[in-house]
Design a protein around this ligand. Sequence first.
Ligand code: PEP
Ligand code: MG
Length: 552
Amino acid sequence: MPELTGVGVGRGTASGPVLRMAEPLGEPDQTPLQGDAADAKARVGEALAFVAADLGTRGAAAGGDAQAVLEAQALMAQDPSILDDVHAQIDSGTNPERAVFTAFKSFQDILSGMGGYMGERAADLGDVGQRIIAHLRGVNAPGVPESATPFILVARDLAPADTALLDLDKVLALITRDGGPTSHTAILARSKGITAIVGVTEAEKLGDGDVVIVDSAAGVVVTDPTAEQIADAEQKRAERLAAASAPLTPGALADGTKVPLLANLGSPKDAAAAVALGAEGVGLFRTEFLFLDAPYAPDVASQKASYVALLKEFPGKKVVVRALDAGADKPLPFLTDSGEENPALGRRGLRALRAHEQILRDQLTALAEADAETDADLWVMAPMVADVEETEYFVDLARELGIKTAGVMAEVPSLALMADQVLGVADFVSIGTNDLTQYTMAADRMLGTVASYQDPWHPAVLRLVAQLGEAGARASKGVGICGEAASDPLLAVVLVGLGATTLSMTPAALADVRAELSTHTLDEAKAMAQAAVAAPSAAAARAAAVSSVSTS
Ligand code: PEP
Ligand code: MG
């Protein structure tokens, strides 16, 4: 059966007819400016204001991660350097549409040249330019097609403004030609649980009306499917919808073994939604998200207020807060040394905090004070910890400053290899599979060109998880998972089979993972884990786990 492949980023399976997104507006011609430059500038100013306001409104309607992305786009529409460029071109006789096109294009080229996360923001900037030109022309901005019946949307790439307001009753799945695992399409598809595959280089082959199956877990688009394959895909989709409305029971395997399902959060504002989806606590609170725009280190009082707001949402529940993880994909101006050539291998995470110990002391103090005023069960951990000595440093400092439960993240292979000694010191370990995969496979997690290496199913990653799981069991200490891997339902079962005691994920994934766990016993999970660990590759590990289920 013909298949197209890409990077599966959302969840689930879907089948249906393709509808392609309209191509972008044509490039504006180079006719010289007609009329007065001041009038042309005023028209552009009005178009910029309209587009910024429109993006803001779409953001407010969408909420969550989408709102942040759309607000960032609204800021791009008002960027003074771009406006200066447009004005300069109009002054030298360029027509307004052309001036907007050229200005946005040159800034887009700069971002694309930077690659990685910034490169993927180039598409967001291009979308803003298109919207402004559409407004100047008096036509609708290019966007998602209208249809009376559900469809699978195929696009070169989706603008955040389109992804945010997708009608999920109509759009069964997304397929994009461009975009890597960190593109906004990927981020939003994950947070909304949309079935999606990005980076399908052959997406151009799909035409309106073609019936396809999208399997996001496998990263595969099946073209020309048989009736049997469609029926199978439909059944999986129906099971998934049923799971989403199933009662919010605590996470457990089929034999009753408890596996608490926790939420990954970046702001106290997202806590209520996570609880509504059945989060039993928080397995990763990314504190750096609170301070991404702060030019200076936050003081104890302002941090404490944020932590109190978070902890109050989880009385009696476990809340794992991570100390600031600055550097690489999450630079913080007051902690990050921006001159590094390879920031992912540089002074990030605990290394940066140790070099600015007062910032770490303030954060731990704020957390201990917030803990004293609330009823949650606060656990605190350090990011990017490399060895036993660093574990001792963090745990000792945390205890000195009043933290009751102190642990470390396992993201660097050297820490996993020392698991027995690390668990002799730390109260718990939480495995960050995103970074653990990046460092085990030596593949930048921000780089689309090496996305195929960034697969936590790789047996090399699973073997490290197994070492940590075994050491945790011997020491009777918790070994949680808080990377994206926990939100892949089948992999979640394998991770439990390898010894994970809790799973923490983006809240949209909780229902799928809860449903999958409930269909396997601990013995089955262990058998799946054993089969996956013995496989030679990520794809083979997945296949081995699947066939271990079907033969048991
Ligand atoms: C991880 O690395 O898996 C993790 C959870 O941390 P982050 O994604 O914030 O680096
Ligand atoms: Mg990490």
